[in-house]
Design a protein around this ligand. Structure first.
Ligand SMILES: Cc1cc2nc3c(=O)[nH]c(=O)nc-3n(C[C@H](O)[C@H](O)[C@H](O)COP(=O)(O)OP(=O)(O)OC[C@H]3O[C@@H](n4cnc5c(N)ncnc54)[C@H](O)[C@@H]3O)c2cc1C
Length: 428
């Protein structure tokens, strides 16, 4: 059944997972949506991306999407971790109650970013999201009554603008009032995705691909290498996060060099070397991982422009939550707008920020703790306690229901915003 129209006009910038989720959920809550995206066509860029159970719960809301994702995503409940030289550290088999956890929450998904993106994109179109391509937003503006953007010389106006324009967001300037420059994180990630045909012929790599999907990690000092096979083992993706001080732009398409990887992994397990050597040179990406300090706020001075997803909060890959948190943002802001009504949309954006901020900060931190756990591993101590190296799976993060949570906390969040504004007024 179509929702009651809210009369709220929303412009969304960026058709990544934050923007598409916000668009789908805004339509579901009765808002009118226009989505502007800079790219002029969908290109199959990227490689492996992960979504936690908390995002799976959101996919489940969209008819048919969970089934389509299940068909193309990784199918394994095991992560096998080795020391860099090939010594087994820990075989992490997801808890036996995994199926029950999935039933009550949502499924986790690991798969190709472009394939997952296309499924979500098609769903957005099917529910009536209007998407305009080739629209690189050049300017943001707002007043007490409206907000909008300028793009290709054209002005677009709405009640609110939701800027989901990614790690290189230009909307940040409109929100913060100053340019927030990225810093080098000190790390880069070599990453790839290719057919497993050759791997299946090599006895060193065959176990990773011939018996269905596998997920394998190799850990060394300040470096980790993760290999994931999908589609019944037919396709392979690996990522290698390593120290790199080079200061170049973060990009999903900068080519990498096989010989650099081999040099960096000198002395590592022959399995890792066989995987790297089998990688088609034109499929290797060198992704410089930049870092940004947490933003002090996500909402503009007149409270009609809000940042969502990576534009508000980039994640380290080791959090395995960047895309999931971007989706939670989209769900939350759509509900806040529904509950605020058209006359109170500014309050809705502030409430969205307050509901999300601390949770996102805590989720971001998990990226640092997991990276440090792996990169600074004390292998002698792990021998005595192998569980210490396992990937954390925390209930507060993965069992979160962003929809129920937003409805539950919105009234008290708005009450606290009003109280704070009263106090500020009284103190002037
Ligand atoms: C091409 C691409 C490939 C990626 N591949 C991977 C991957 O393999 N693995 C992984 O873990 N993560 C990948 N990511 C990042 C990942 O999708 C995000 O970290 C996460 O999903 C959060 O999504 P987001 O919507 O906030 O940002 P993004 O996914 O970055 O989406 C932002 C969108 O905004 C658009 N945009 C930017 N500026 C403007 C503007 N001025 N006007 C209009 N539109 C604008 C961009 O074109 C992009 O489509 C990729 C991102 C992109 C854009």
């Amino acid at each position: 059944m179509a929702p009651e129209p809210s009369g709220i006009k929303v412009i969304i910038i960026g058709a990544g997972f934050a923007g598409l989720t916000a668009a789908i959920e805004c339509i579901a809550h009765g808002h009118e949506v226009l989505l502007l995206e800079a790219f002029s066509e969908l290109k199959p860029l990227g490689d492996i991306i992960s979504f936690g159970h908390n995002a799976g719960r959101i996919f489940r809301r969209w008819p048919g999407v969970e089934e389509q994702l299940t068909a193309i995503c990784q199918n394994t409940d095991r992560l096998t971790l080795y020391k860099w030289d090939g010594e087994l550290l820990f075989d992490q088999i997801w808890e036996l109650d995994e199926k029950e956890f999935e039933k009550n929450n949502g499924k986790k998904f690991n798969g190709h970013r472009a394939e997952i993106h296309k499924i979500v994109w098609d769903h957005a179109k099917s529910v009536g999201v209007e998407i305009k391509l080739g629209m690189k937003v050049e300017e943001y503006f707002e007043s007490d009554r409206e907000a909008g953007v300028v793009c290709n010389g054209e002005r677009f106006v709405a009640d609110v603008v939701l800027a989901a324009d990614g790690v290189r967001s230009t909307a940040r300037l409109a929100v913060l009032g100053y340019e927030d420059k990225p810093k080098s994180s000190g790390y880069a990630v070599w990453r790839t995705w290719f057919s497993s045909e050759e791997l299946a012929k090599n006895p060193l790599t065959a176990p990773l691909v011939v018996n269905g999907d596998t997920h394998t990690g190799f850990l060394g000092p300040d470096i980790h290498f993760l290999a994931a096979s999908t589609k019944g083992g037919k396709e392979m993706s690996w990522v290698c996060t390593h120290i790199d001080e080079a200061d170049i732009e973060e990009s999903w398409s900068t080519p990498g060099k096989i010989e650099d990887v081999i040099k960096t992994l000198d002395g590592w397990s022959p399995v890792v070397h066989a995987l790297v050597k089998a990688t088609p040179p034109d499929r290797l990406v060198d992704w410089k991982l930049v870092y940004r300090d947490a933003l002090p706020k996500w909402v503009s001075p007149r409270r009609r422009i809000a940042l969502l997803g990576d534009s508000a909060h980039p994640f380290l890959p080791t959090s395995i939550q960047g895309a999931s948190q971007a989706m939670e943002d989209g769900v939350t802001v759509a509900i806040c707008l529904e509950l605020s009504g058209k006359s109170n949309v500014q309050e809705a954006l502030l409430a969205y920020e307050r509901i999300r901020y601390d949770r996102v900060r805590a989720a971001q931190q998990t990226g640092f703790t997991t990276r440090d756990k792996w990169h600074k591993a004390d292998f002698e101590a792990i021998k005595a306690n192998p569980e210490a190296i396992k990937l954390p799976r925390e209930g507060w993060l993965l069992a979160h229901d962003a929809v129920t949570h937003a409805y539950e906390v919105y009234p008290k969040t708005v009450a606290s915003i009003r109280r704070d504004f009263k106090e500020v007024k009284a103190s002037l």
